[in-house]
Structure formats: structure tokens, C-alpha cells
Design a protein around this ligand. Sequence first.
Ligand SMILES: NC(=O)c1ccc[n+]([C@@H]2O[C@H](COP(=O)([O-])OP(=O)(O)OC[C@H]3O[C@@H](n4cnc5c(N)ncnc54)[C@H](O)[C@@H]3O)[C@@H](O)[C@H]2O)c1
Ligand SMILES: N[C@H](CO)Cc1c[nH]c[nH+]1
Ligand SMILES: [Zn+2]
Length: 433
Amino acid sequence: MLRIITQQADVRAELQRICDRTHDEQVLHKQATVREVLQAVKRQGDQAVLHYTAEFDKQSLNAEELRVTGSELDAAYQQVSKELLGAIRLACRQIEAFHRQRVPKSWVHFGDDDVVLGKRYNPVDRAGLYVPGGRAAYPSTVLMNAIPAVVAGVPRIVMVTPPRSGKSIEPAVLVAAQEAGVQEIYRVGGAQAIGALAYGTQTIPKVDVITGPGNIYVTLAKQLVYGTVGIDSLAGPSEVLIIADETANPVHVAADLLAQAEHDPMAAAILLTTDPALAKNVQVAVERQLIDHPRRLDTEKAIAHYGLIVIVESLQAAAELSNEFAPEHLELEIEDPWALLPQIRHAGAIFLGYSTPEAVGDYLAGPNHTLPTSGAARYASALSVETFLKHSSIIQYSQTALEKVAGAIDILATSEGLPSHADSVRRRVQKED
Ligand SMILES: NC(=O)c1ccc[n+]([C@@H]2O[C@H](COP(=O)([O-])OP(=O)(O)OC[C@H]3O[C@@H](n4cnc5c(N)ncnc54)[C@H](O)[C@@H]3O)[C@@H](O)[C@H]2O)c1
Ligand SMILES: N[C@H](CO)Cc1c[nH]c[nH+]1
Ligand SMILES: [Zn+2]
């Protein structure tokens, strides 16, 4: 049962507990497992990947079977319906159009005294895309990962996803990959996949950046390999926080809460409402919608542990609590969402109004659905083209320009006790007798 509490209760502590669910003491033993997996993959390569795939995914593969073959890729098209292919293509077009909107461009500025300054953007050489596949297959996540990488111009894009029953990968996942422009796919998931991409194995190449969402094991692994490789953000078990007033439809609000809870027993679903009657009606609607839910057990777990309804005093108070939580997804199911928007400062994606369920963004509105979770939206953003780009600063000084700043550099270098820095400038500007 989804709990209802009032703002007088210790709301902040309760929201913090939910926010911290992926980095609290309960996950420490999972972190130990993940460390062990990463170390084994680093030392033993394919052998460890295959070992943990057998242990955690219950699939017994040999090294040759890790890579998805060309004939499997071709065959996948025969296994998806025309309607599904059409929907994948529509999503592809809309996601690509959004991600092409503001691609950073290299620039140079020519200043006084022939000083040239600028930024030069280049994609990473190799990107590794993680597509989750434990409890559900995610063709939509293939598109959300791959399209920004393709738009960024990454020359080698590698995708990993866990094998499902019979060593197979969902045909829709393979079709989505090809539609987005990815052909190099390995059937491996969890921490062992992240380790393989970070360190490289005999079969799976080491990459420069790993992107994509995943469960707690994937998220902890990404956190641990950061530094050896770049990562997008910590995009762990899904979250939604809904701010609703008395004008919201309780059945729709309940459906949106369950749409996140059904992802994972560690998913979070929170409602902040000014209306006690709505709170009660949503609680009842959630129970009803759970009755025939095909993922009832896991979804109920998420609702019981990380679900909450809070009756708040005002929409202003709701916005403040939401900012502290920094949700992955925020829905504003209120009469005037644009009026509250300026008060929202931290959220991965914001959905405005009654006709914008989060599922629109999950699948095809265009913005990326790989978003920071567990409070990471305080400092991180959605996966984007920039995730696959980095820039080099460009600096050129003329002799005249150097002479003008030589004195200041001398003072700064001397104050830092670095005489060779000062010398490297002084020698260039000294007049020869
Ligand atoms: N934040 C986002 O942007 C976003 C987007 C989409 C999905 N998600 C999240 O992605 C996740 C998908 O999770 P999933 O489980 O379906 O797929 P997953 O691919 O993330 O995880 C499956 C892998 O977990 C590993 N694993 C499972 N149990 C294990 C254990 N006991 N010990 C060690 N490893 C174990 C297995 O190796 C398996 O391959 C969900 O949490 C969902 O909410 C987040
Ligand atoms: N809600 C997920 C992000 O947390 C994305 C997704 C994919 N498919 C369905 N939903
Ligand atoms: Zn979703």
C-alpha cells in the first residue's frame, strides 16, 4: 500500500531515505560483489565475463558467442512486426531531430595583438553503450544511447546488453541498434559488461566513455570504473516525483507512479499533493491498477519501500521538497504548470500538464530518457551529444601579445615558486644585447 504522510511528519528524512536508496548501507554488500566482478574481468578478461554471465544471467556462452553475428542482426528484422518497426523509426526520427538541435561547434576568436583563442570539439574514439535487459528489454534505450553518439560522430560504437533466455537478445533491441547505426553488439550485462568495456577483454574492446542506464549493479560498476573511462551520469533505478493539485486525475497520477515503479523493485514513485482527497484517491487507484499487473510482485516492492504520498501545504512547499530530492522525472499535474516551473531547479526531465505522461519522454518526444537518479540531478544532466564530445582549448599568442603579459606571468610564476615557468616566458621576450 502506498503510504500517505503529511508535511508535518518528518518528510525530509523520509524523502532523503528514498533518494539515498542506491548509496545507503544496504547496498554495501552489492558493492563488494561489483568490486569482485570488476577485478576478475580486469585480470581474466573473457573468462570472467563468461563465468559471471553464467552465474548472474544463467546463460552459458563461449567466447565466440559473445558477439552478435551479422546473420542474427539480419534475422531480427524478420522477427519484429511492421507496426513495431514503424514505431521504432518514428522514435528514431524524433530523437535524432532533438539531438541535432544544438550540437556544439568548434570556434575560434581573433583578439587584439593577434591573440587567437577557441575551443575545438572532437568525439571520443570509442563509446560503449549499456542497454539494460534484466527485467525488461529496452529498444528505446538503444535509441537514446546510440543516436547522440552517432550525431557526435563517434567512429566506433559498441553496445552491450545481457543475454536473455536461450542466449538470445530481443529482436527489437537488435533492430533498434541497426536503425540507429550500431552493428557491434556483445551479449553481456551487469557489472561484468561495464568491466569489459572499461578494461577491454580478448573479445570486447576497451572504450573511452560508457553510457546508459541500468540497475544497481550496473550503476555501482559505472561509479567504480569512472576515471579509467568516462561515464555519462549515474542513471540507476528509475524515479518519478509528481506534483499534483486538486485538478489532477487520480487514475492518471496512479498510472504514472506505477509506470516508474514497474521498472525495478528499487524504483521510486512519489506524489506531493496539496489535496488530501486526491491523495486518498491515488492510493486506492494504485491498489486497483496493481491487481492484474503482470509485474505485480516487483512493482509492489518498489511501492512499499520507495513509494510515498505527501500532503503538502502549498505548491511552493512541493517545489522546495522536489528541489531537495532532485528527481529523475518530475511531472507537474497542476492547473498552471508554467507558473510553478521557475521554482523548479533540479530535475532530470520536467513534464508539464495533464497530457504529458512521462511515457511520452520515455519513448519518443525526443529528449533523452537516460537521466540522473538518486539526487544526481543536482549536478548532472540527461545523456546528450555532449556526453560523447570533449573539447581542446586553442591558444595562440603573437610576440607582441606575449611581451605585454610577460611581467604578469613572471610575478605569478615566482609567487608559485616555479622559476622555469617564468624563465620560459622571459627567454622569449628578453632583448638580446
Ligand atoms: N535512469 C535511467 O535513465 C533509466 C532508463 C531506463 C532504465 N533504467 C533502469 O534500468 C534498470 C534495468 O534493470 P534490469 O535489471 O532490468 O537490467 P540491467 O541490464 O540493468 O541488469 C541486469 C544485469 O544485472 C546483473 N545482476 C542481476 N542480479 C545480480 C546479482 N544478484 N549480482 C550481480 N549482478 C546481478 C546481471 O548480470 C544482469 O545482466 C532499472 O533499474 C530501470 O529502472 C533507468
Ligand atoms: N523510465 C525509464 C527511465 O528511467 C526509461 C524507459 C524506457 N522504457 C520505458 N521507460
Ligand atoms: Zn519508463
